[in-house]
Design a binder for this molecule. Structure first.
Ligand SMILES: [Zn+2]
Length: 107
């Protein structure tokens, strides 16, 4: 993975996806169900991002501890092979690209 390959993936990402990568998702609760987990009551909380449509399911114990979390990303959200570059490097590149894209759009 090179910076050039990263830039190419960022360029093809939606503005919504880049906004969530920069600022975090905007979660909305879709539903909560009560489940029995190993004889104990727990909740499965389903949330989705109102901006990029990423979905997340958390299993929450009655103590409030999240015992399991699973993400489902929309097509085109994920950047592949970027891990060796480091999360903060990727985030900085996303951030500055998003600023440039928004400014160009504002002209
Ligand atoms: Zn999002």
């Amino acid at each position: 993975m090179t910076t050039k390959a990263l830039t190419k993936q960022i360029q093809s990402s939606s503005t919504e996806a880049l906004t969530c990568r920069s600022f975090g998702h905007a979660w909305n609760i879709d539903g909560i169900e009560v489940v029995n987990q190993n004889g104990k009551k727990a909740y499965i909380e389903s949330v989705s991002c109102v901006r990029c449509a990423t979905r997340r399911r958390d299993t929450v114990l009655t103590s409030g501890v999240v015992s399991y979390r699973n993400y489902m990303y929309p097509d085109g959200y994920r950047l592949s092979g970027v891990r060796p570059l480091g999360a903060s490097y990727v985030k900085r590149n996303v951030r500055i690209f998003l600023i440039r894209r928004v400014m160009e759009g504002a002209r």
